[in-house]
Design a protein around this ligand. Structure first.
Ligand code: HEM
Ligand SMILES: *[C@@H]1O[C@H](CO)[C@@H](O)[C@H](O)[C@H]1NC(C)=O
Ligand SMILES: *[C@@H]1O[C@H](CO)[C@@H](O)[C@H](O)[C@H]1NC(C)=O
Ligand SMILES: *[C@@H]1O[C@H](CO)[C@@H](O)[C@H](O)[C@H]1NC(C)=O
Ligand SMILES: *[C@@H]1O[C@H](CO)[C@@H](O)[C@H](O)[C@H]1NC(C)=O
Ligand SMILES: *[C@@H]1O[C@H](CO)[C@@H](O)[C@H](O)[C@H]1NC(C)=O
Length: 320
């Protein structure tokens, strides 16, 4: 009995440090820019109405921001003559999108409150508003992040998880951000919306004969040829059941061996509680929604700049 006490205490400490809001507050702009949240929400609703996939792209932008130097809008910085940003990193290049929508939102927010609302907070709010616009859960977003004056190509390459990862690699990538296995499985549910390119699931559909539904693999082969000489950028939905609805069908797909990415499908067969979480979320939209929102808050808390750190950018794609 006693031997269990220490690990349990350690786990509680990790959970507490990950969930404590590092100087952020949901009411941060209540006085300085009371119109900010409505302005952002309306712009996101317009963008998602115009193209449902944009909701997925905006959610992913916040994830790719937070995992690289923390949630500081570093992902938004364009390359310049003297500076190479994160957009050309392997997980981002020819893949991550939504920059024009963020620039548009920032311009609308600047028009009502000059240099007050950070690009990092816009990313966090746009992620939440995108999920809600596609029918998913809502959560309260802690605010007060500031924007970086730097970005890191090398950290984008090293810290973002790859679709080839197994559970141990995924767990390590999330643990490096103080995010738990529960957070990892819940956040992977972000793949209930959006698309992946063929180059990210080719090995899975041609090489993983045991752990993939045969008809599902066959249907994907028609858009994703085995040869790497063409078809790399052909798109397939990450959630074959309901591609543009933010629901829990992603987990049902995994139970049916219809996860699109290797890193999705491995969650179901893993020991040590991970597979149990997949079954839990497949069985209950409410549990998934609650855990997803809580995990998004924890991901949004990863090493923000606060106080007088960094800056409030005027244009999200460049430093002031
Ligand atoms: C668990 C580790 C993860 C891996 C290995 C991973 C990998 C990927 C890959 C390879 C793609 C397709 C990119 C392309 O083909 O262009 C993708 C798309 C996407 N990811 Fe993840 N991802 C992970 C976690 C997450 C998390 C935590 C979120 C958000 C909470 C997320 C949200 C998305 C969304 C929404 C898309 C679709 C984007 C679009 O259609 O524009 N992913 N991810
Ligand atoms: C995944 O983790 C294993 C150890 O569990 C390690 O040997 C391997 O290099 C890792 N793979 C990647 C792609 O990081
Ligand atoms: C994770 O938590 C440890 C201990 O509290 C802290 O030193 C570290 O900076 C945290 N890392 C991140 C990415 O939040
Ligand atoms: C599948 O595995 C084989 C042998 O390990 C490898 O040569 C090939 O590149 C892999 N991918 C595809 C799409 O066949
Ligand atoms: C397609 O992607 C593979 C990596 O998966 C790469 O080796 C190959 O060169 C790419 N092909 C083209 C035509 O870009
Ligand atoms: C950043 O790059 C995008 C895409 O090329 C472009 O539309 C935008 O104007 C650039 N931002 C700046 C400040 O140059």
């Amino acid at each position: 009995m006693a031997s269990y006490v220490l690990p349990v205490l350690l786990l509680l400490c990790v959970a507490a440090s990950a969930s404590a809001s590092p100087g952020l507050s949901p009411r941060f702009y209540a006085r300085s820019c009371p119109g900010a949240l409505d302005t952002i929400r309306i712009a996101v609703e317009e963008a998602v109405r115009n193209e449902p996939r944009m909701g997925a792209s905006l959610l992913r932008l916040h994830f790719h921001d937070c995992f690289v130097q923390g949630c500081d809008a570093s992902v938004l910085l364009n390359d310049t003559a003297t500076f190479t940003g994160e957009q050309s990193a392997a997980p981002n290049v020819a893949s991550i999108r939504g920059f024009a929508v963020i620039d548009n939102i920032k311009a609308r927010v600047e028009a009502i409150c000059r240099q007050t609302v950070s690009c990092a907070d816009i990313l966090a709010l746009a992620a939440r508003d995108s999920v809600v616009a596609l029918g998913g859960p809502s959560w309260t977003v802690p605010l007060g992040r500031r924007d970086s004056t730097t970005a890191s190509l090398s950290l984008a390459n090293s810290d973002l998880p790859a679709p080839s990862f197994d559970v141990a690699n995924l767990t390590a990538a999330f643990a490096a951000k103080n995010l738990s296995v529960t957070d990892m499985v819940a956040l992977s549910g972000g793949h209930t919306i959006g698309d992946s390119q063929c180059l990210n699931f080719r090995d899975r559909i041609y090489n993983e004969t045991n752990n993939i539904d045969a008809a599902f693999a066959t249907s994907l082969k028609s858009i994703c040829p085995r040869s790497t000489s063409s078809g790399n950028s052909s798109l397939a939905p990450l959630d074959v059941a309901t591609p543009t609805a933010f629901d829990n069908k992603y987990y049902g797909n995994l139970l049916a061996k219809k996860g699109l990415l290797h890193s999705d499908q491995v969650l179901v067969n893993a020991r040590g509680g991970v597979g149990g979480l997949v079954r839990r979320y497949a069985g209950s939209p409410a549990r998934f929604g609650k855990d997803f929102g809580a995990a998004m808050v924890r991901m949004g808390n990863v090493s923000p700049l606060t106080g007088s750190q960094g800056q409030i950018r005027l244009i999200c794609s460049r430093v002031n």
